[in-house]
Design a protein around this ligand. Structure first.
Ligand SMILES: [Zn+2]
Length: 194
């Protein structure tokens, strides 16, 4: 696959505003998230598992229980409440280019882009030289950069953050139920002693 590195780099820095006095915290979080995606450092369960010397972490996706939660799976897990397709549709909905596309064309381009992402397994923050992004065939200058920036922002806010909350709640529940078991065990031991 031919990668457009200049566009990819420009998209990384979208809204980075290096000269602004007050750096927007959100912009820097999104930027660092994109970089982590490119170098496969997003802390999903499989990455945590690899780094964990004691291998106490179960890298299987606790939401669907079907696959390891790797750099691809967390985005596409069937248990996600917000789907990648939805993010793409919202971006097109909000852009002049997207609004101008015929409904049929839009559907086809979205389908092709999703198939391409799944087949290539590339992080969606990497911009290809191909005009595979929906609406990019006749898109204006910087269209791909803006689209990609918006896409990653939506993925971060609507998929990454909520999915970490779900996993962290599951962990808390497990810990809480272990505590309950321990309390019960102590209670019965005490009773026996009496
Ligand atoms: Zn899953």
């Amino acid at each position: 696959m031919a990668i457009n590195w200049l566009a990819t780099f420009n998209s990384l820095n979208k809204e980075g505003r290096p000269l602004a006095r007050i750096t927007s915290i959100k912009a820097s979080i999104i930027k660092s998230f994109k970089v982590k995606m490119i170098i496969n450092e997003v802390p999903m369960l499989l990455n945590i598992y690899y780094r964990d010397k004691n291998k106490e972490i179960d890298p299987k996706c606790p939401r669907c229980g079907n696959e390891y939660e790797d750099q691809v799976h967390w985005m596409w897990c069937t248990e996600n409440k917000y789907m990648m397709k939805q993010a793409i549709e919202e971006i097109l909905e909000a852009s002049e280019k997207g609004k101008s596309l015929l409904e049929e064309v839009k559907k086809k381009e979205i389908r092709n882009y999703i198939e391409w992402l799944r087949r290539r397994n590339v992080p969606p923050c990497v911009i290809s030289k191909e005009n595979i992004l929906p609406g990019s065939e006749k898109g204006h200058k910087n269209y791909k950069e803006k689209f990609t920036h918006d896409f990653i922002t939506k993925i971060y806010e609507n998929i990454w953050v909520p999915s970490r909350e779900v996993i962290s709640n599951m962990k808390d529940n497990r810990e809480a139920s272990n505590i309950d078991k321990n309390v019960l065990a102590d209670y019965y031991t005490e009773k026996k002693i009496k």
